[in-house]
Design a protein around this ligand. Structure first.
Ligand code: 5GP
Length: 200
């Protein structure tokens, strides 16, 4: 069985990353989502172990010390990280593993795992982003402003990504994601054993 691809998805908070991934998961069964650990408090409706593993700072620091995290970063005063073991197990099983992570963590993955596929998802405009963040109604004004400023900064620094998906239309954006996955699975490196079985 072929090893799956590690797929990093970043983009401004409010770009709709998790919605795009969830939609793609409805029509593909070779995608799995890596659940991160965070010190952020759960938002209403968020479930521990599903949306995140909600942990305190001392447990987070312990995971960093024990090298249990593939990457980690601070985002608007909270710590976030990707548990490494789960990712490795799923890649071995041939799954495409999706990390929905911010740009500092993505840069760590990009340098430690150069084979990772880097995708940046953005809304069609900054005005639309502001509208989506405000409309969500889960953060206060100060946090929304901090997230908008962080979003603008992230867009400026995103030039190491391989692909950009503009999330104007959910169906189109999830198809774009799926097309990227298909293309990556057809890479020469991934298929060369089949080629060579014809004779070398
Ligand atoms: P939120 O608090 O809105 O759920 O997430 C804030 C930001 O943290 C988002 O950009 C999200 O992609 C990012 N994030 C979530 N999990 C991780 C993680 O494990 N590592 C890093 N570096 N960023 C993460």
């Amino acid at each position: 069985m072929n090893r799956g691809n590690l797929i990093v998805i970043s983009g401004p908070s409010g770009a709709g990353k998790s919605t795009v991934v969830s939609r793609a998961m409805t029509f593909r069964n070779d995608i799995c989502f890596s659940t991160s650990v965070t010190t952020r408090k759960p938002r209403p409706g968020e479930v521990d172990g599903v949306d995140y593993f909600f942990i305190d700072q001392s447990r987070f620091d312990e995971m960093v010390r024990n090298n249990e995290l593939l990457e980690h970063a601070v985002y608007v005063s909270n710590s976030y990280g990707t548990p490494a073991k789960f990712v490795e197990e799923q890649l071995e099983k041939g799954m495409n593993v999706i990390l929905d992570i911010e740009i500092q963590g993505a840069a760590q993955v990009h340098s430690n795992k150069p084979e990772a596929v880097m995708i940046f998802i953005i809304p069609p405009s900054i005005d639309e982003l502001r509208k989506r963040l405000t409309g969500r109604g889960t953060e206060n004004e100060e946090t929304i402003e901090a997230r908008i400023q962080r979003a603008i900064q992230e867009c400026r620094e995103a030039d190491f990504y391989d692909y950009i998906i503009i999330n104007d239309d959910l169906d189109k954006a999830s198809e774009d994601l799926s097309s990227i996955m298909n293309a990556e699975l057809c890479r020469f490196e991934k298929k060369k054993d089949v080629l060579y079985s014809f004779g070398k």
